[in-house]
Design a protein around this ligand. Structure first.
Ligand code: PDD
Length: 314
């Protein structure tokens, strides 16, 4: 299925988008982005993603973006793409200058790219059975709270995980404190307490992380925002990742050692189930932009709840 794009207001297949070689996003990674999940044609947690987008723009001082127009374009592109299940990507670069130069150009118009691709949920078996992670040093810069496209350290870490047969990497600082995953947030149960890294410059303020914090509160699971040390992983009884597309994803193995009993635990299962219910409620509600064209909305629930006793991971 063709991924649909909108480049500065022009709609075209993503494969036809051309970006100038002098664009600062291409040259310097001088750009910010967002990834949203579309369920049954509607963008989930749109306001939350939008707030983070505005915050990122401000942090890197990209100005001159008409945010109201951009949001409208996003919703129109989601509707025009017509995929009930989709992933929307939005990137804003500082634009192109006449020549390569590190300092901001005097006059550059930000480049605004939106793309909407059909979402194929490859995470689903991991959500049922749990995934493996490895740990690696966090080699990123000191403003990981900015959702910048400068992702080389994340890319290298993810590739190492792939080569190790793991799904994700938990990154740790020089003092051993774990920050987050290379492309997801994480939560752990230690001494019976659910905890996650506090927001700050060391991690991306994950939209899903914050949603899960709220969910935990609503269903009566107390949560502590404390950093976990890498060596603490051996005492952790449950571990899970959160992210826009991964949602709530159990981790059953870290650095080759089982987490808890080596299967998704009860806190993780409760939060997974609560997350599914919230998505179902969102789909059934009148809120959320970019409704799918008539006839494309599915009547069946998008996914069954995770089974209470999933098969043990391989
Ligand atoms: N990744 N931490 C990092 C470093 C991330 O890149 C992401 C998201 C998250 C989870 O954030 P959220 O819940 O808002 O999706 C945490 C996106 C999806 C990506 O780069 O593709």
């Amino acid at each position: 299925m063709t991924t649909l794009a909108n480049l500065n207001g022009k709609v075209m297949p993503l494969s036809e988008v051309m970006v100038p070689a002098l664009d600062r996003g291409f040259l310097f990674g001088d750009a910010i982005y967002e990834v949203l999940r579309v369920y049954q044609g509607k963008a989930f947690l749109l306001d939350e993603h939008w707030r983070r987008l505005e915050r990122s723009l401000e942090a890197v001082r990209i100005t001159g973006v008409d945010l109201k127009r951009l949001r409208q374009r996003l919703l129109e592109t989601i509707a025009a793409a017509g995929f009930p299940e989709a992933m929307a990507y939005l990137q804003i670069t500082r634009g192109a200058a006449a020549a390569r130069s590190h300092a901001f150009p005097e006059a550059a118009t930000p480049l605004e790219l939106i793309s909407v691709q059909e979402y194929v949920d490859t995470y689903s078996p991991y959500r049922r059975q749990g995934a493996a992670v490895i740990t690696l040093p966090d080699l990123r810069w000191e403003r990981c709270d900015v959702k910048s496209t400068n992702l080389l350290a994340n890319v290298l870490a993810t590739q190492s995980a792939k080569e190790a047969g793991a799904l994700e990497v938990l990154l740790y600082l020089a003092d051993g404190h774990l920050t987050e995953g290379s492309h997801s947030s994480f939560f752990a149960v230690l001494d019976g307490q659910l905890r996650t890294t506090p927001n700050g410059h060391a991690i991306l303020p994950g939209v899903t992380r914050q949603f899960v914090v709220g969910l935990a509160e609503r269903i009566g699971i107390s949560l502590y925002e404390h950093m976990l040390k890498r060596e603490g992983l051996t005492r952790v009884t449950e571990l899970f990742l959160t992210g826009t597309t991964s949602e709530v994803l159990p981790v059953v193995m870290a650095d080759g050692k089982p987490i808890g009993e080596g299967k998704p635990g009860p806190v993780t299962r409760r939060l997974q189930a609560a997350y599914v219910v919230e998505v179902e409620k969102f789909v059934a509600s009148g809120v959320g932009g970019g409704a799918a064209p008539r006839g494309q909305q599915k009547k069946t629930p998008r996914r069954a709840l995770p089974p209470p006793h999933p098969p043990a991971p391989q």
